[in-house]
Design a protein around this ligand. Structure first.
Ligand SMILES: Nc1nc2c(ncn2[C@@H]2O[C@H](COP(=O)(O)OP(=O)(O)OP(=O)(O)O)[C@@H](O)[C@H]2O)c(=O)[nH]1
Ligand SMILES: [Mg+2]
Ligand SMILES: [Zn+2]
Length: 277
């Protein structure tokens, strides 16, 4: 019998497929390898229910390769402000990547309790900027707001190793008991405690825990696309229609950076990204 399901976990060659309220452990057909299809967590699929085989992967709305997941609406980007240290470069990279995949980024800062007064003030300005340009910005202590933002969505939680992703999920759902670990003080980052992608059903949303990263590749995109993903830049009309806001003359974006209308770090990260494609 053919049944429809959703892949919620993959560990080596074993695929956990949720069919209604039942979890079926399946193998994947060899044909996927031949056709170069990699079944992903989040994929909708058809399975041969008796023989426990995935027969078909249904077409995807979108997918990410880091973390590997398909069909997500929202990326909850967990950004640690200390231990590991705040990296606006990684944040901007994540925002660009997920936006270009038609996934809505929701920014969630963690570990604000480790900041001193001055650092808190600095962070407040950063939060204000990201809100102004149109992103939802939350903090990991505010569970009520996080739940509200994720309602009825399929969500991937992503961010640096040690940022506190699994800790946050455990707080959102007391039954989860995901493994979490102290960060390595010598390296100043996490220990890659979460090793696989797994999708959990909460009351009114799906959310996937994922392994964190310590760095991210930024490829497969064009300079034009990266420019488009810095959405505040589109408020400015430069003299050259195809202005890359780099070495061009009379660039309105550069002038806005000078007036401090655009955050210097946003602009620097943008230049960094287009240099790398
Ligand atoms: N001080 C402080 N520590 C936190 C906070 N959130 C998480 N932590 C700690 O940070 C450490 C790492 O948390 P994890 O939840 O394992 O981090 P992770 O993002 O899942 O890491 P990976 O699975 O490696 O990607 C743990 O010791 C947590 O207790 C926070 O808001 N404040
Ligand atoms: Mg984790
Ligand atoms: Zn320009």
């Amino acid at each position: 019998m053919l049944k429809k399901g959703k892949i919620i976990k993959i560990i080596s060659n074993l695929y956990s497929v949720k069919v209604n309220d039942e979890i079926i452990e399946c193998q994947a057909r060899g044909k996927f390898r031949k056709e170069e299809i990699t079944p992903l967590v989040g994929d909708l699929c058809e399975i041969d229910y008796e023989n426990k085989y995935i027969i078909n992967i249904l077409s995807r709305n979108n997918f990410l390769t880091r973390p590997m997941i398909a069909n997500v609406d929202v990326a909850l980007i967990v950004v640690s402000v200390k231990l590991p240290n705040l990296s606006l470069n990684l944040l901007d990279k994540m925002i660009s990547i997920v936006s270009l995949k038609e996934i809505i980024p929701v920014i969630c800062f963690s570990k604000l309790d480790l900041l001193n007064k001055n650092e808190k003030k600095e962070l407040k300005n950063i939060i204000k900027y990201y809100k102004k340009i149109g992103y939802q910005v939350l903090i990991n202590k505010d569970l009520r707001k996080i739940k509200k933002a994720l309602k009825n969505k399929t969500v991937v939680i992503t961010g640096q190793t040690g940022a506190g992703k699994s800790t946050l999920l455990n707080r959102l759902n007391k039954d989860l008991n995901l493994k979490t670990d102290e960060i390595s003080l010598s390296l100043g980052r996490g220990k890659h405690t979460t090793r696989h992608v797994e999708l959990f059903k909460f009351k009114d949303f799906y959310i996937a825990d994922t392994p964190g990263f310590s760095s991210l590749d930024f490829k497969d995109f064009t300079k034009e696309e990266i420019k488009k993903s810095f959405k505040e830049f589109s408020n400015y009309n430069c003299e050259f229609k195809n202005c890359l806001h780099d070495k061009e003359k009379r660039c309105q974006v550069k002038e806005a950076v000078e007036r401090k209308e655009i955050l210097q770090s946003r602009y620097d990260n943008y230049l960094d990204f287009i240099k790398k494609v």
